[in-house]
Design a protein around this ligand. Structure first.
Ligand code: FPP
Length: 253
């Protein structure tokens, strides 16, 4: 892990004192932000995209390596068609407007989730974002789109079963690494920190396997109001956590 003295080398800190490599964010509260401001929900989502831009910029600046954002869940199909359509529209705009800049900044985009049910043009745009940025290595942006942790796990199980059936591996060879390697996130380390904005305190099917040892940070800030300052607060909170991964507190043995 990369030590970040400017932010995290505070001598009084007793926690991890290091920068997380991978942060996952559940960007919640767009709708509430909109209704509190007397605006349509779609405007809340538009402001959500601006918050996403600010947060990616802040993450790059702070030396984060991987950021995964929960943009559209497999459960979001339950929303009114007009809202689903608006969210797809925002993804189109985001890729069309931001891809060139992200590419020039060395951002590699990865997409997690299933393509089932997505309009063809959305699927093609997601492919384009991945292929155009595939040789970048300065920052990894994971877009969880039409993503559900359980759905991802089921696909991983099916993939492993196919490999067994094809004689590529034996049942005895299946271990946690086999499983991690069959997930969409296979090239990402597990998230060190998961942030959820907007008051709720649950994972809502986000990175279910990968979050086994993640630190969780919940903030009442609604996603459209999130940015550099709020990311910094989350990172500072992370530094005070002692991560034991099932082991003992340091000095307890
Ligand atoms: C949760 O707010 C947010 C979402 C369901 C979508 C998040 C999407 C974006 C921030 C923009 C689209 C992303 C890309 C990559 C273009 P909510 O609607 O559940 O808020 P509420 O709980 O207050 O109703």
């Amino acid at each position: 892990m990369t030590a970040q003295p400017a932010l995290f080398g505070r001598p009084e800190t007793s926690g991890t004192d290091v920068m997380p490599r991978h942060i996952g964010i559940i960007m919640d509260g767009n709708g509430r932000w909109a209704s509190r401001n007397g605006l349509p929900r779609s405007v809340g989502h538009e402001r959500g995209v601006e918050a996403l831009r600010r947060t990616v910029r802040a993450g790059q600046k702070m030396g984060l390596e991987y950021l995964t954002v929960y943009s559209f869940s497999t459960e979001n199909w339950r929303r009114p068609v007009s809202e689903v359509t608006a969210l797809f529209g925002l993804l189109r705009t985001f890729i069309k407007q931001d891809l060139k800049r992200l590419n020039s900044e060395g951002v590699k985009i990865d997409v997690f989730g299933t393509r089932n049910g997505l309009p063809d043009d959305i699927s093609k745009l997601l492919d384009l974002a991945v292929s155009e940025t595939s040789s970048n290595d300065k920052f990894r942006l994971g877009i969880a789109f039409n993503y559900g942790g359980r759905e991802e796990i089921v696909r991983a199980a099916a993939l492993i079963a196919q490999k067994v059936q094809a004689g590529e591996i034996t049942v005895e060879q299946i271990d946690e690494q086999t499983f991690s390697d069959a997930l969409d996130t296979r090239t990402y380390p597990d998230p060190d920190l998961i942030i959820r904005t907007g008051e709720e305190r649950r994972l809502s099917n986000f990175l279910v396997w990968q979050s086994a040892y993640s630190e969780l940070y919940f903030t009442e800030v609604l996603w459209p109001e999130f940015g550099e300052e709020q990311l910094r607060d989350a990172l500072l909170a992370f530094t005070t956590r002692e991560r034991r991964f099932g082991g003992l507190k340091s000095g307890a043995a």
